[in-house]
Design a protein. Structure first.
Length: 249
């Protein structure tokens, strides 16, 4: 993807062989390229003078920097010029506007491809290695002779023991694929017969199923994912271009 700014086109940061040689062994080359690209894109977005002053005033209050001498001391201690600080403070606002303009229109399409991964569930889980015990506990719960939570706290052999069997709310796709498929088609409150996944026998009851919806927060998440993927793609291309600097033929 080619990044286009409202005020122009960003160009890849220029790195010398010496800088590549310094950053690459430390694992800092890719983060450096990414942060440089993100900063360039953020600078493409204009911010009103009132917004600029409001962000700066808020920072000065938070840091208790009362007066210009205190600000100057802060800048010197952090090896920053004033324009560097201003860029850092304004970047989140600028970046959000860039993402809203360039990626928010594609959020719905992204959501439709990701919806099943975003659905959230709460379920009760009892994980056991003994199939006989799993069957016995299932019958006790089914017949109302015992409470799921109490049996999970006593018998569960997985981390759900500490939560009395409750898992979630979590994204549906966070569960094992076989368990996720059963949860997707289950009815809330209905106990499932024990079934096996790998070495475990599971007793499961779906408590709640919350299908994902494209609200504002989800739309922002989808837009941010699209932005991050586009940035990663551009950084990968830049890394390919830098290979000859470190491994000249």
């Amino acid at each position: 993807m080619q990044f286009v700014c409202p005020l122009g086109v960003t160009s890849p940061v220029q790195l010398t062989p010496e800088l590549v040689e310094l950053l690459a062994p430390l694992g800092l080359l890719k983060p450096f390229l990414r942060q440089s690209l993100v900063a360039d894109l953020a600078r493409c977005v204009d911010v009103a003078e009132e917004e600029r002053q409001e962000v700066l005033d808020s920072f000065l209050r938070e840091q208790k920097l009362d007066g210009e001498p205190a600000l100057e001391a802060f800048l010197r201690q952090n090896l920053l010029r004033f324009q560097d600080l201003e860029q850092q403070l304004l970047q989140p606002l600028r970046l959000k506007r860039y993402i809203d303009q360039h990626h928010r229109p594609k959020a719905e399409a992204r959501f439709l491809t990701r919806k099943q991964q975003l659905d959230r569930v709460v379920y009760s889980l009892l994980r056991l290695e003994d199939p006989g015990l799993a069957r016995e506990l299932y019958l006790q719960i089914q017949e109302g002779e015992a409470d799921f939570a109490e049996l999970a706290a006593r018998y569960a052999e997985g981390p759900e023991r500490t939560t009395r069997g409750i898992v979630g709310p979590v994204p549906l796709m966070q569960a094992h694929p076989l368990l996720a498929e059963r949860l997707r088609t289950a009815s809330p409150g209905v106990l499932m017969e024990p079934f096996r996944i790998e070495r475990w026998w599971l007793v499961v009851r779906l408590e709640t199923y919350a299908p994902a919806s494209l609200d504002d927060a989800t739309a922002q998440q989808m837009a941010r994912e699209l932005f991050d993927e586009a940035v990663d793609e551009q950084v990968s291309r830049q890394l390919q271009q830098l290979i000859p600097l470190r491994f000249p033929q």
